[in-house]
Every structure is written in structure tokens, then in C-alpha cells.
Design a protein around this ligand. Structure first.
Ligand code: SDX
Length: 379
């Protein structure tokens, strides 16, 4: 049966399919570099705007270069009225489906939609980085029966996300928290959604189509959906004392503890620490310390699994941070997507620059050379 084949790598585990200058990940050390810069330096000293520039241009910007990028982001915080109308039509859908649909619709209004040049791809990625925030925030307002909030030019990218979501100007600390979160989610090598986007780009399809692929792929609970699942898990656990029993029962049922484990990291995900302390402080300030306490008790209970390389990942504390910021759970995955648009764009730029169609094989294990029987002869 079937045909001879080479070794099969299910899930493409451990398979290198190309080279990349986007990010370096050492899974055993728990090390992450974006374009050569350590995530710890970027998370604590940079801004999402600066990291977006670094990812898309390959070097840290001068002040003037950063101003140019920032004004591009500011110039694209609005949406074509037709796209807002589409959002109104599908206002009861999951925000990830609205984001996916909104990005798809935006291609009809982007004069460079079919231009696959690197410069045009970069410009479209910058536009989409801003427009995606407008899609998510406009939808959240419309589904509450409210009108979308126009961006405030005095606020940065992260601050405008919170302002356009709630209509309230965020505190500096909340803006900084979202800025760090967007930095931590902006790029991570050939993760499932980035790989999917690259497959789309490798057929020489356009960036909007590739980003739509990325959004659809990120939605799954094994990938971008974890932060939403972590918060639901924390609510199910309810009290730090229940963490041990919850973890044991979940694993005994063959299920996964959300926010733990990673295809590449066999040490703690270096991004997690940048939200852990912030989640603790925010919980204290909001008078809701118990979410952080529940997560820390779960992390303690999961310690024995560290010898299997299972540690917290970037999504473990993210859900608690979003919840404490008053963000509804179904917006947690869209927030991940908003941060990841520069990364998806960079991955597509790399694919276009030295393209080869991505088309792996499957080993056929079905029947061979069967005789065709006319329908009136079949039993
Ligand atoms: C992201 O790839 C990226 O870079 C993704 C990401 C990015 O920035 O783009 O980092 C973002 O997606 C983070 C991951 C978010 N997902 C979750 O938190 C969901 C829970 N995690 C698991 O589903 C799992 O860890 C995966 C999917 C993330 C990775 O799984 P793998 O690499 O396919 O490994 P596996 O499922 O084969 O597990 C290997 C072993 C198994 O034990 P055995 O069957 O060999 O005895 O580890 C165990 C698993 O049971 N295991 C877990 C576990 N994760 C793995 N056991 C309990 N809880 C978990 N979370």
C-alpha cells in the first residue's frame, strides 16, 4: 500500500524550512532576539513603534526615522466607511472573525493591494498595524451599541488602542503595559500563523491574504487562543488552594494546561517574566490580587513538569493583565493579532525577497491502481 517516502516529521517538529533574520530563538536557554536585539532590552527600554521599525527595516531607527513611522501609523488610524459598515453587519461575530473579515475588506481600498514589492509590502504592513486596531476597537464599540471612537493624536499606538476601545483616556501605566504586551507579541519566528502567512506569500499571493491566513491560524487555542483559555481556567480554579487538584485532573484527562508548554521553548518563555510582575502590581492596584495568586499557585504546582520542558509561555500572564485592564475575554486573541502584524509582515517580506513555493509532501497510504466500476455495476 502507498508509496515509498522519506522520514515523516508530523507537525514539522524540528524541521528547518528556510533561513531568516527576523528573530533568533534558543529554546533550551529561553532566549529570544528580534533582529539581534534581546527581548529583555526591547520589552523594558523600547516602544512598540520602535520595535515595529526594527522588525520592518532591520535596524533601530534614528529619531527622524521613528517619527516617519509614527506618522504613518497615525495617518492610518481611520477606516473606510464601507469597512465600518461591514463591521456593523457582522457585529455579533467573534472579534477574531471580525478582524479577519475587516482585513480582507481593507484590501479592496488599498491602492497597493496587489503590489508584492518589498517597499509596498512594508507600507501595507504599517497601514494594517494601525487599521487592525481600528477594526477591533470599532467593532467593540458597535457591538455595545456605541459609535467608534476616533484616535487621539496625543496618544501613542498602545494608548490609542485602549482609548478607542473604551472612550476613556488610559493611565500612563496602562498604556505602558499594553505597549510592552504588543512588543512581546510582535514576532516569534516560524510559529504556526507566521508559517501559514509565509505559505500564502510563497504562492505570490498578496499581503492582505497572507495576514488573513495568519489571523485565521492564530485563532486556535493551541496558538493565540491560549490567553483567553488561561483566564477561563483561572476562573474555573477560583482559589489558589484548588490549583493542584485542577492541574492533576486536567492532565489525567489528557488535556493541556493552557499557558504552559511550547513547541520550541524547553525553558521559561523569556517573554513571560515581562508580564508576570506587571500582572502582580496591576492586581494589587485594582484590588484583585487573587488572579495573580491563582496563576502563581498553578505555576508552582506545574513545577515537576519542568523536567519535561514544560514552563509558562507568553500567554500565561497576558490573560490576567487584559482582564485587570477591564478587557473582555473575547478580545484577548485579537490583541495578540494586533501585536503580531509587524511580525507577519516581516515574515512575508523575507518570503518575497527570496521566494520558493512552500509545498511539502505527505506519504500516501491509501489503495493503489483500483479498477473503475461504472455506477450501474456497483453493489
Ligand atoms: C504560542 O510557536 C510559537 O512561537 C507560538 C507562540 C508565538 O509567539 O507565536 O509562542 C505563541 O502559541 C504560545 C503557546 C500557547 N498555547 C498554549 O499555551 C496551549 C497549551 N500548550 C500546549 O497545547 C502545547 O504546549 C503546545 C501546543 C504549545 C506545544 O505542543 P507540542 O510542541 O506539539 O508538544 P506536545 O503537545 O506533543 O506535548 C509534548 C508533551 C506531551 O506529553 P507526552 O504525551 O509526550 O507524555 O508535553 C506535554 C504533552 O502532554 N504537554 C503538556 C502541555 N504542553 C505539552 N502537558 C500539559 N499541559 C501543557 N500545556
Amino acid at each position: 500500500m502507498g508509496t515509498e517516502a522519506g522520514e515523516i516529521h508530523r507537525g514539522l517538529k524540528g524541521v528547518y524550512f528556510d533561513t531568516s533574520e527576523a528573530s533568533f530563538i534558543d529554546g533550551s536557554l529561553g532566549k529570544l532576539l528580534y533582529r539581534g536585539y534581546n527581548i529583555h532590552d526591547l520589552a523594558e527600554q523600547s516602544t512598540f513603534e520602535e520595535v515595529t521599525y526594527l522588525l520592518l527595516y532591520g535596524h533601530l531607527p534614528t529619531e527622524r526615522e521613528l517619527e516617519t513611522l509614527d506618522s504613518s501609523l497615525r495617518d492610518n488610524r481611520g477606516l473606510p466607511e464601507e469597512v465600518v459598515d461591514i463591521i456593523r453587519l457582522i457585529k455579533n461575530c467573534h472579534p477574531m472573525d471580525v478582524l479577519r473579515t475587516g482585513i480582507s475588506a481593507l484590501s479592496a481600498f488599498d491602492p497597493e493591494a496587489e503590489d508584492k514589492s518589498i517597499d509596498a509590502t512594508r507600507r501595507k504592513g504599517i497601514r494594517l498595524t494601525s487599521q487592525a486596531v481600528s477594526i477591533v476597537t470599532a467593532h467593540h464599540r458597535i457591538r455595545q451599541g456605541l459609535e467608534p471612537v476616533n484616535a487621539d493624536p496625543s496618544l501613542n499606538h498602545a494608548g490609542n488602542f485602549l482609548y478607542m476601545l473604551t472612550g476613556q483616556k488610559p493611565m500612563d501605566q496602562e498604556t505602558n503595559l499594553m505597549d510592552v504586551d504588543f512588543i512581546l507579541h510582535s514576532e516569534h519566528g516560524s510559529n504556526a500563523s507566521a508559517f501559514a502567512a509565509r505559505v500564502t506569500a510563497s504562492t505570490l499571493s498578496d499581503l492582505h491574504s497572507a495576514v488573513v491566513t495568519g489571523v485565521g491560524t492564530l485563532k486556535g487555542p493551541l496558538h493565540g487562543g491560549a490567553a483567553e483559555s488561561v483566564m477561563k481556567m483561572a476562573q474555573d480554579i477560583g482559589d489558589p488552594a484548588n490549583a493542584e487538584n485542577y492541574a492533576r485532573t486536567t492532565i489525567e484527562n489528557g488535556e493541556r494546561i493552557m499557558g504552559f508548554g511550547h513547541r520550541v521553548y524547553r525553558a521559561e518563555d523569556p517573554r513571560a517574566r515581562h508580564l508576570r510582575e506587571r500582572a502582580r502590581v496591576l492586581g494589587e492596584q485594582k484590588g484583585e490580587p487573587h488572579w495573580f495568586q491563582i496563576l502563581m499557585s498553578l505555576q508552582e504546582v506545574m513545577k515537576p513538569y519542568q523536567n519535561k520542558g514544560i514552563y509558562v509561555n507568553v500567554d500565561f500572564f497576558a490573560g490576567a493583565v487584559y482582564h485587570l485592564l477591564g478587557i473582555p475575554e473575547d478580545l484577548f486573541i485579537p490583541i495578540f493579532a494586533l501585536g503580531r502584524i509587524p511580525g507577519w509582515t516581516l515574515q512575508c517580506m523575507e518570503q518575497y525577497e527570496n521566494n520558493v513555493l512552500i509545498r511539502p509532501l505527505t506519504q500516501y497510504t491509501g489503495e493503489m491502481d483500483l479498477e473503475y466500476i461504472a455506477i450501474d455495476k456497483r453493489e
